[in-house]
Every structure is written in structure tokens, then in C-alpha cells.
Ligand binder design. Sequence first.
Ligand code: AKG
Length: 382
Amino acid sequence: MVTNAFGTHELQRFDYAQAVAAGQTAVDRFDQDLVDAIDRHGFVLIENAVRLEDCDRLVAEMRPYIDATPHGLHGLGGTRRVGALVARSPASHKMIAHPAILRLANSILGEQRLSGDAVRINGKAGKGEKGFRYPWQLHLTQIIDVGPGAGTEAMPHHLKLHRANGMWVHDFQEVGIDPQVEVMWALSDFTTENGATHVVLGSHREEPRGGTLSHRQPTIQATMAQGSALVWTGWSVHGAGVNTAAERRIGMNINYALAFLAQEENQLLACPPHLARKLPESLQRLIGYRQPAGALNYVAECQAPADSVLKEDFDVLVPGAHGHAMDPEVDGPAFAPADDTNYGRKLEELETRKTEAVAADDLELALHLKRAISVLKRSPRI
Ligand SMILES: O=C(O)CCC(=O)C(=O)O
């Protein structure tokens, strides 16, 4: 329990593995407990959210990238920040798409269930129900590997206490929405000594929401065992601790935000189409390969990512790669000529250029031409 300018608060902890073992009623209760706790205190801690082996496997997959990253990028002394988890670490998918966390994110972002928030669409306002929800998506994936000495005078963290919602250009303080949810996964134990995250409980209720009173309140450290996850809103004030231990503190920030805002880590570049194609559809959609609202996120000929870049053969430089039939009455010349002579000539030209590209060891061009040949063969002959 802690008493500060926002009342008396506690960092409530709930055990995911226990809830799952106890059955659906317990899971429903667990989900509601998380929403209630974060609504009241601004933070909630989920224990036993994944197994310890899951964390170790993730760290092992990310080890080459972590070790190839210098300390202190972004002015964060003694800390290594490493991203692109979706592309680089299959083990991370279990945490990025953790069912309880996705349900919690949906309550906060999709349905705007927290006090004072509402979904506002076309002049109507209310808590999100079916058909009246905000689209949301993955916003950031980042290992935060805090080394001994990080956060001290010698190696100061640039980010002291702060709110994630400070990143938006628009000032959302009066808008009555929660644009962002943050999750810190403990990939190693988080202790007082090794820099467990400091939190200001109740700070999400500061008025105005972006005020500075929170920064002068007492903090507590969210100590947690490996496999736990600390969740907070974009309004909740927090900051990394000082690592006075001999070991490293390995955390992983996985954030989610409304899908009509730009992503902090651009997921479509961090996991480009040739890698995203291999992911399950639900994960493709979670990272942003979809049209979250109306026209947003279309590609080339107004196509959804699934109908364009996620198709094996799609090449934005190949006319007609959209695969839609052309109508000779109203449409221009097709990519695949109707008469055999011109068709054969085009195919031969592409084959010759491909052979030349292979001979010149220009694999990228060769692949581009290979796709063009494939699209030509599938295109309507009109
Ligand atoms: O590493 C932590 O404990 C917190 C990191 C953080 O607040 C941030 O990167 O914005």
C-alpha cells in the first residue's frame, strides 16, 4: 500500500497460471480483476503469465542481436534496447499475442472501458460494444537490457519518470481516451537492486492527465519474477530503476496503441512482407497488416495488405500484380498481351533479363523478374 497525492493505492498481483488451471469462471474473474486494478491504480502485475523456459528461449533467440547492440544508444546509459521481436524471435509471439493481455488491451483500447474514457465515433459516444470499437494494434516491441551501473550518475537513464502518452503530437489530455497500453515482461527476475521499474500508483488519474504532480510522488518498484508482466496505461507515470546489482535486468516492453495512430516501432518495416507472409494471420493483423478503419493502410490499387503485399507473388513494380481481371471494353492494355506473339516476346524478354541478372549475380533483380514472370503467367490475356 502507498499513499500519495492520488489516494491510497497498491500494486495488485494476479496469477495467470492459477486462473487458467481453475477454469473459465476463474479466467473471467481474472480478466475483470485486471481491468479493475489498472482502472484504480494505473498498473497491474500478472504473475506466471508464461513459463520460465519461454523467457529463456526468447532471450536465446535475441542474444545475437542484443550482443551486437552498443550500450547507451538513445542516451540511455548502461542500457541496450533491441527491437524487431516479431521478425527475430518466434518465442516472442507467445507473449506479444498473450491471450489475457490481448483481452486486457481490447478492454482498454478497443472498448475504452476505463473510467472517464469513451469510444467516440460519428458523434456517438460510449463504451465499446460489438461494432462500436476502436481498432488497435501492436505499437512497439523492445528488449530493455539494463546492465550493472545503469541509471547511476555515471550512466544516467535519459528517461526518468515519464508517461508514454507524451509521445503523441496531439495533446490527448482532455479527449477522454486511452490511446496506449504498455507491458513490461520480466525475462529475468526484476529486483529492487537490479532496477525493477519504478511506478507512481494512481498517476493515471492526475488532472490534467499530462500534469507533473506525479513526478514528485513516492514511487514503488515493481519487483517481479521471470515470466511475469507489469501492465500500465499510457497515462501512468513510470521509469526504469538503477541497476546496483552485478547481474543484468532483462525486460521486454510490448506496447499496443490505437490503430489510427502511427506505431512507435514501425512493425511493417521491422517485419517486412517477405517475413510477415510466414506468420499466422492473427499475428499479421496484430502487427498492422490490415485495414483498421475504412481506407487506412491500403496498398497500391486500394488493396488490403492481405490482397497485395502479403501475397507471395505481389510486386509493386509489376503492372497488374493486383491480380484483378481487366475488361477490354473499358480498361487499358493488359500486362499479359492477348496474342501469342506478343505474349511470347514478353515472356522471352523477362526470361532473358532474369538469366542476365543471375549471371551478374544480382539476386534481387533476378527475384523481381522471377515474380514478374509468375505474375505474367497468371494474368488474364486480354
Ligand atoms: O525499463 C524500464 O523499467 C522502463 C522503461 C521505460 O519506461 C521506457 O523505456 O519508456
